[in-house]
Design a protein. Structure first.
Length: 356
């Protein structure tokens, strides 16, 4: 059973920004050794968060979160070192990528000069909206860039897996890609706007899967969408049912089931069971350790205090998942939430019992 922990870019930045290679190796070695001892067997590391990289890339500048400035020189190769250390401590390593997100700001001046988004400014390769800058899923140039970006990781690094997370279309407004859709229709396209958008994303997913397998059949490719299937389909244009029921899209699906047992809208057990029954690929589940000791404002009146009043939610979720017939893994969000508290201790205990 895969037992992974997400290491987000802002958490990874704590290890890299202002740290020498020697300091990074020492601190990361200690961290990964501890994760292995606690029962994890995989780390899922966000190595490309904003069209920038924590590794040597031919397509993307060095991440602003790596050494403080986007496009700076690569003082040391973070992914290469992490791969070596992970395998030293019997951990698989997964490269976590945001395929379409360029920036959380729509201010191009914040991007490095060598960021391809500057070259593509005012073209149909980009979607620019209030929430930021995104690559346009309708663009063949964008798809080629993303595929090549994944390919170089699998070719150049000894990673065990590649993961896309839940950032797909940034908005449902017709205006964000109006010109691209009009060109599609003028050229004989028959799909509705929603179906066309879903097809754009699915085409990329299929091409990435194909490319990964061509480079290394042993490397897996999966996606971690939001936990709400309907929202994925209608608002993010992520056809998750297609991806996890037909061959050629993903090896696994890992929905972010960030809900409590008492959540009035998305109760954990029902949501997990729905995904488990739908998935014909490997089924993993991402769990919300980050909610420990906090009020869950979207859970409704009966569920809002569940994570405050209980210290074993994640442990109970893990145990429940192990009893579903096709659960192949769990992912914990996230690394910095693995604190010295009862919630984390109970999780570790449940993980260790499952291994006995």
């Amino acid at each position: 059973m895969v037992k992974s922990v997400w290491i987000a870019y802002y958490e990874l930045s704590e290890f890299t920004n202002g740290k020498s290679e020697k300091e990074f190796k020492s601190n990361m070695s200690n961290a990964l050794k501890t994760l292995s001892q606690k029962g994890f067997n995989r780390i899922t590391v966000q190595v490309r968060p904003f069209a920038d990289a924590f590794y040597k890339s031919s397509y993307f500048p060095v991440s602003a979160y790596c050494f403080g400035v986007q496009g700076s020189s690569l003082e040391y190769d973070v992914l290469e070192i992490m791969t070596e250390l992970a395998h030293k401590y019997n951990l698989e390593i997964e490269a976590w990528i945001n395929p379409y997100r360029v920036s959380n700001s729509n201010d191009f001046s914040r991007l490095s000069k060598d960021n391809i988004a500057n070259k593509w400014k005012d073209t149909e390769n980009l979607i620019v909206c209030d929430s930021g800058i995104y690559f346009n899923p309708a663009s063949s140039e964008v798809n080629k860039l993303i595929v090549n970006g994944v390919k170089e990781i699998v070719e150049n690094y000894d990673v065990d897996s590649v993961c896309f997370d839940d950032y797909f279309y940034p908005d449902t407004a017709e205006s964000i890609d109006k010109s691209s859709y009009e060109n599609y229709r003028k050229n004989g396209g028959k799909l509705s706007l929603d179906d066309w958008r879903r097809d754009n994303v699915s085409s990329l997913v299929k091409e990435v899967y194909k490319t990964v397998k061509e480079v290394d059949e042993g490397v897996t490719f999966g996606i971690s969408p939001g936990g709400n299937i309907e929202n994925d389909y209608n608002n993010l244009y992520a056809d998750v049912e297609l991806w996890c029921s037909e061959k050629g899209y993903v090896d696994y699906i890992c929905p972010q089931i960030y809900f409590g047992f008492q959540n009035e809208n998305q109760p954990f057990m029902k949501t997990a069971k729905d995904w488990s029954q739908m998935a014909e690929c490997d089924f993993y589940a991402a769990l919300p350790l980050y909610k420990a000791n906090t009020e869950d404002e979207f859970a409704g009146e009966s569920g809002k205090n569940e994570f405050v009043e209980n210290n074993n939610i994640t442990a109970r979720q893990f145990t429940y998942l192990t009893k579903l017939p096709n659960t192949k893994g769990i992912y914990i969000f996230s690394y910095s939430c693995l604190c010295d508290n009862d919630e984390t201790k109970n999780l570790y205990s449940a993980m260790q019992k499952s291994s006995q």
